[in-house]
Structure formats: C-alpha cells, structure tokens
Unconditional design. Structure first.
Length: 130
C-alpha cells in the first residue's frame, strides 16, 4: 500500500517542521515564505487536497479509521479554503502570525509534531500476533 508510506513520509516532514519551529520559532516565517509565491501557493493548495484525499481513502487500513477520515476531510477542506482566501490574504495571515509571541509559535510547532506523529502511528503496520 503505497499511499500508507506516502502519508508516513508526510508525517515525518510534519514532525520535522514542528521540531524546527520548537527549536527556532522565528524561523517559521522563513519556512512559510516558500509558499508565499504564486507557485508555492499552488503547491500548498494541491498538497493539502492530495494529502487530505489520500488520508480519507487510506483511513480504513489505519488503526484510527474515523479519526483519519475526519482529519483527511479537514485537510482537504483546508486546501479549498486556502484557494478561496487567496495569496494576498495568506500573506496577511503570515505577517500577523510572525508577530505572535515565540512561545505561541512553539505551541504551534508542538501541535504540528504531534499531528505528524499521530499520522505515522495510525498508519504504521501492526505487529503480527503469533
């Protein structure tokens, strides 16, 4: 099941981004700048739509099918919402977020790392009972 391993890889990337934000909360703005171009914005929208759909369809094979279906739906809808708000508003949101306290950004990083870990745990194959 290749979709499972795609999502596990995605979870690893989410953990890495979360840990980076925990260590250097002000670096989150630099990380988000990659998505503040026309091309980067398109990638962000498509990535959310694809990851959300793959989560939705992979949920049945996971340890937490209901939770993964809900999360997949939310990620997919966030892709639609991101497309709807547009690049200009996204830039304004990022500028607002850059002004938040470092500990608030660290909490965001922790939440991201936990989200990534949950994805990995949910989709990691179980040991065979022998």
């Amino acid at each position: 099941m290749k979709a499972r391993w795609f999502l596990v890889g995605f979870g690893v990337l989410v953990i890495a981004g979360g840990v980076r934000t925990l260590v250097d909360p002000l670096g989150l703005e630099q990380l988000s700048e990659r998505f503040l171009t026309e091309e980067g914005f398109g990638v962000a929208v498509v990535l959310r739509l694809v990851v959300g759909a793959i989560m939705w369809f992979s949920a049945a094979a996971s340890r937490t099918p209901r939770a993964l279906k809900v999360l997949g739906g939310l990620v997919f809808v966030s892709g639609i919402a991101l497309a709807a708000i547009g690049l200009g508003r996204l830039r304004a949101i990022v500028a607002w977020g850059a002004g938040l306290e470092p500990n608030v950004l660290r909490a965001d990083g922790l939440a991201a790392a936990l989200f990534g870990a949950f994805i990995i745990w949910s989709l990691w194959p179980r040991r065979n009972s022998a």
